[in-house]
Design a protein around this ligand. Structure first.
Ligand code: NDP
Length: 450
């Protein structure tokens, strides 16, 4: 008999926490998990999944335009935001149910309350009870960061709020130039809102290849999204008619119906009792961990966004899985952070893996080569949509090994998942050249670049 209530207690039932709990239980551990809001976490409840459904919903606007050249006449088309919003919410409910069932099916005990560290092996629960666990895993994620600006906390929204909007704003300003800003700019623009992205710097999507970023900027502007660079917000005021007056720094003031902040996410560490428990934190409060996701306290682990390593769902899942395998299956697993593919679900989307051209220049001291294919997808040609895709391969000039792939165009995240395997496996450009094209596809451009 164990001296503890649980072998593993997980705080936070998001992607990383649920995976760790489920795998640990499947290895025979007695597992408890606490969640203060909804099982599924950011990705399932208010992030990747509902966002992707909105992206699909938004893209119909273009399909309905494009279909005319393919012979389809669709009369009386209209868009009902509430219908999409509610259907997405229903799907999220369904997924939450599946997550709960998976946990229950693996005999994980779910505590629907907030949890904090009680010192030693104790976890305090907001229902007044407490439990003990041999090992504790913190997987509480992150939340949107909204800078301190007068009127912002009261009047601005964050991505979580978009899924609950009663109506679409006619005019929306979005602060930030990263993932969320570009994804939601595309969504609102397709739904007919007038969208202005305001960025503090002079570039969007820092970290992505410059050619791909420039292409998104150019296409987004052609679609009607306005970009304002090197500007920030001084003050946000609500007017009598419900609209917002934005006092700006660096550009003219604006009147909008909504202001969305997409300025990064910060670890959810408040009130967890970290300091009292001796768990060390670093930049922006992120929990410091070693390569096994172990914190400064021997039996306490942390995975996912709360550690601020790579803020991506599949990374949190890998980290959670590894912790469970190491603790309860005698394995010795760490997570390999090299060549993680990523995508921005903008209109059109971006996908990337490995080094950008400028990173290759820096890392390989100039011994790199690039290959690009700049083309208009067949479907866009017939549709009369003047929107070009760009695929780019970066290689190590000495070894011919592909060190990066960067793409923008229809469906590129789908293409990238397979291409990322090749980069992860260290394949050469010659291996791509040797592969016969699959025709006619957009992805064939990957093996036709010379
Ligand atoms: P990002 O880090 O992608 O972008 C943040 C943006 O806000 C940058 O343009 C940044 O400018 C700007 N910014 C940061 N702080 C301030 C500030 N104080 N004032 C003004 N501007 C500021 O964050 P997001 O919020 O878009 O997304 C959060 C994270 O969630 C992402 O990093 C990503 O890991 C994850 N995510 C992933 C998605 C996907 O995989 N498709 C989708 C959505 C989110 P600068 O460049 O100058 O720093």
């Amino acid at each position: 008999m164990s001296d503890f209530d649980y072998d593993l207690f997980v705080i936070g039932a998001g992607s990383g926490g649920v995976r760790a709990a489920r795998i640990a239980a499947s290895h025979g551990a007695k597992v408890g998990i606490a969640e203060e809001y909804r099982v599924g976490g950011t990705c399932v409840i208010r992030g990747c999944v509902p966002k992707k459904l909105l992206v699909y919903g938004a893209h119909f606007a273009e399909d309905l335009e494009d279909c005319a050249r393919f012979g389809w006449e669709v009369e009386g088309k209209s868009f009902d935001w509430k219908k999409l919003r509610d259907n997405v919410a229903d799907e999220v409910d369904r997924l939450e149910g599946l997550y709960r069932n998976t946990l229950k099916g693996n005999e994980v005990t779910i505590h629907d309350c907030r949890a904090s560290l009680g010192g030693g092996h104790e976890v305090k629960l907001s229902d007044g009870s407490s439990v003990t666990a041999k090992n504790i895993l913190i997987a509480v994620g992150a939340r949107p960061h909204v800078p301190e600006i007068e009127g912002c906390q009261q009047h601005a929204i964050v991505s979580n709020d978009v899924f609950k909007l009663d109506k679409l704003p006619k005019r929306i300003a979005i602060s930030g130039g990263g993932y969320i800003a570009n994804e939601f700019a595309g969504i609102f623009n397709e739904f007919g809102s007038t969208v202005t992205i305001v960025n503090r710097g002079d570039r969007i999507l820092r970290g992505y290849d410059h050619q791909v970023r420039d292409r998104l900027l150019q296409i987004s502007m052609t679609k009607g999204i306005r970009f304002i660079f090197n500007s920030t917000f001084d003050k946000v005021e609500k007017k009598e008619d419900g609209s917002l007056h934005l006092t700006m720094n660096g550009c003219e003031d604006m009147e909008v119906d909504a202001l969305l902040f997409a300025t990064g996410r910060e670890p959810n560490v408040e009130g967890l009792g970290l300091e009292e428990a001796g768990v060390k934190t670093g930049d922006r409060g992120a929990i410091c961990v070693d390569e096994y996701s172990k914190t400064s306290v021997d039996h306490i682990y942390a995975v996912g966004d709360v550690t601020d390593r790579v803020q991506l769902t599949p990374v949190a899942i890998r980290e959670g899985h590894a912790v469970a395998d190491n603790l309860f299956d005698g394995q010795d697993r760490t997570v390999d952070y090299d060549n993680i593919p990523s995508a921005v679900f903008s209109h059109p989307p971006i996908a990337a893996v490995g080094l950008t051209e400028s990173e290759a220049r820096e890392k390989l001291g100039g011994a790199y080569k690039t290959y690009t294919s700049d083309f208009r997808a067949m479907k866009n040609v017939l549709a009369g949509r003047n929107e070009r895709s760009l695929y780019k391969i970066v290689t190590d000039a000495n070894t011919d090994v592909i060190v990066g792939i960067h793409m923008i165009g229809p469906e590129v995240p789908e293409v990238m998942q397979a291409a990322a395997v090749a980069v992860k496996a260290g394949l050469t450009k010659q291996a791509f050249d040797d592969t016969i094209a699959l025709h006619p596809t957009m992805a064939e451009e990957l093996v036709l670049m010379r």
